[in-house]
Design a protein around this ligand. Structure first.
Ligand code: TRP
Length: 335
């Protein structure tokens, strides 16, 4: 039996923060070490253009995100690690799928519908600021998934619909042109922690409440000192379950350390002391990766070579399936 192909993409926008690390990067790297899966992990840089049209920011985010995953232990020997834009067959396939995907299906995509609704609510034209990229993005995502015949796609809840659309499009293709694509399935991990940000809401770039992953230790300490607490004095018992400091602690501590900190809260640990311990714990976990990150950012050629080699190993596969697709749809040599 061949192994399960598990594929996921990371849109290359923004700078990685602790929430990305705990909620997505750490579990994905752990999962990629499972010898029974064939892991595909790619930088969705064409997707980044939907959200960001500043070329320098696009280039910078892509470099930072690639270096982040490598620094945190992604092994490019055992995981296929590549840039979407280095596999031209993905965008070629995307057009073929665009000619088959129903517009009505795209009309139902949550991200597009939300953008329309925001426009309508603010009295704008419904299409204001909506590009064809945003509208047809689920088709590009379908091409990402189908080009490598992925079985499973681990995604956050907001992306389930897109994986279902990919499945729908694959089914439509197979029905019309013959069985070429594997039907993918979304995999949701309900155990994945959603980290709280500085203000206690979900840590998210859009809330501006994030703790950057690879700042200097000083910056990390400063961020942690900004985490919201209440006015309880040292010596007053504190409710661990109602504390962002404790929630962050749990994301970095094992069972024993969690129990110890819970007790310290009940015993009235001072907020300053709890934050100091939190900083030390997070910093200890991140320090080796931070050093690797800084090295990789200072040697972009190393990262480039890893990604180029990842794509080179995969091109025979993507070219193979695209050749089948062309044949199937009637783009054939004349002789
Ligand atoms: N759209 C995904 C996100 O924003 C990223 C992504 C692009 C992706 N292509 C993919 C995820 C293919 C899984 C499979 O999170």
């Amino acid at each position: 039996m061949s192994s399960t192909r598990v594929l996921t993409g990371i849109t290359t926008t923004g700078t990685p923060h602790l929430g990305n690390y705990v909620g997505a990067i750490r579990p994905a790297i752990a999962a990629s070490r499972d010898p029974s899966v064939e892991a595909y992990l790619f930088l969705a840089d064409y997707h980044a253009l939907i959200k960001n049209q500043n070329p320098d920011e696009v280039a910078q985010s892509s470099r930072e995100i690639a270096a982040t995953w490598l620094a945190l232990g992604l092994d490019p020997e055992t995981t296929f690690f590549y840039r979407q834009s280095d596999i031209p067959e993905i965008t070629e396939l995307s057009w073929v799928l665009t000619c088959l995907a129903a517009k009505g299906l795209m009309n139902r995509a949550h991200a597009y519908k939300a953008a329309v609704q925001t426009n309508v609510e603010s009295g704008e034209d419904p299409d204001f600021g909506i590009t064809m990229g945003l509208f047809s993005y689920p088709i590009l995502m379908a091409a990402d998934i189908l080009i490598f015949n992925a079985h499973q796609v681990p995604v956050g809840r907001d992306q389930i619909q897109h994986v279902e659309m990919a499945r729908d499009i694959a089914q439509r293709f197979n029905h019309h042109y013959g069985e070429i694509f594997t039907l993918p399935e979304a995999v949701i991990d309900d155990h994945v922690a959603v980290l709280q940000g500085l203000d206690g809401r979900k840590m998210s770039k859009s809330y501006g409440n994030t703790i950057p992953l690879f700042g200097t230790p000083k910056q990390l300490q400063k961020s942690i000192n900004k985490v919201k607490t209440n006015l309880l004095e040292p010596g007053e018992p504190k409710d661990a379950d109602d504390s962002t400091v404790f929630q962050l602690w749990c994301a970095f501590a094992d069972e024993t350390e969690r129990a110890r900190m819970r007790q310290a809260f009940a015993d009235g640990i001072a907020w300053g002391e709890a934050k100091k311990q939190l900083f030390e714990r997070v910093n200890d976990e991140l320090a080796p990766a931070r050093a690797r990150y800084e090295h990789l950012m200072a040697h972009p050629g190393d990262v480039e070579a890893i990604l180029i080699s990842g794509a080179a190993r995969l091109r025979p596969q993507s070219e193979g399936i695209l050749a089948k697709v062309r044949q199937a749809v009637g783009l054939r040599p004349y002789s």
